[in-house]
Design a protein around this ligand. Structure first.
Ligand code: ADP
Ligand code: MG
Length: 190
């Protein structure tokens, strides 16, 4: 699936969408980094945050679509123009090798191969996944893409990076202590 946001606190919106999916029983298996991306199509709007995730769910694609539409609505999405501003947009890109072409749902997503904001995070997460209709990997689709819009990887938020750093230092410290204890126990035994 692809997540996008360009209204409000974009990072928070992306995190909330993941939390709501999880709460509804959708398991997040893998996630790309967040990317800051230039709008495609309707360009007179703020840049987006985008991310690609891999999920597992017992729902069929139609029920999954209903679920994501519910999450979009709950997160304050108002109907606007296609590709217009929104706190959250969730699209189904692929569903294994399923091919669906109905009025309500098209899988693979018909525009995924034309959008850098999908291809770049998807390639980071899973470059070798094959598109079941185009029979090309995500890497190959990215090489062929003629989209020139800009996509930049975002660094993790500063507090998070600092938090992880402090966590790592504390772990190193406690491991050093444990090591010392092991040495002194060994010392007693000999
Ligand atoms: P967009 O994502 O193109 O900006 P919307 O999110 O408003 O626009 O989606 C418009 C409609 O596209 C949805 O109501 C949904 O029924 C339909 N749709 C068709 N295929 C998909 C798909 N693979 N993922 C998500 N929505 C889809
Ligand atoms: Mg959508």
């Amino acid at each position: 699936m692809s997540l996008g946001s360009n209204l409000g606190d974009k990072r928070k919106n992306m995190a909330q969408a993941l939390a709501l999916l999880t709460q509804k029983g959708v398991k997040i298996l893998r996630a790309s980094s967040l990317y800051r991306t230039q709008p495609v199509g309707y360009t007179e709007q703020l840049w987006f945050y985008n991310q690609v995730i891999e999920v597992s769910s017992s729902l069929n694609p139609y029920d999954l679509l209903r679920l994501i539409k519910g999450i979009e609505k709950r997160m304050g999405r108002k109907p606007t123009r296609p590709s217009g501003p929104r706190p959250i947009d969730i699209d189904i890109l692929l569903a294994e090798d399923c091919i669906i072409r109905t009025k309500r749902l098209t899988i693979p997503h018909p525009r995924m191969q034309k959008r850098n904001f999908v291809l770049v995070p998807f390639k980071e997460m899973s470059p070798g996944t094959t598109h079941p209709v185009l029979k090309k990997t995500i890497s190959e689709l990215w090489k062929k893409s003629t989209d020139s819009s800009v996509v930049r990887k975002l660094k993790p938020p500063k507090e998070k990076a600092e938090g992880l750093y402090i966590e790592r230092k504390q772990k190193e410290k406690s491991e050093r202590k444990k090591g010392l204890r092991a040495v002194s126990v060994g010392g007693l035994q000999t």
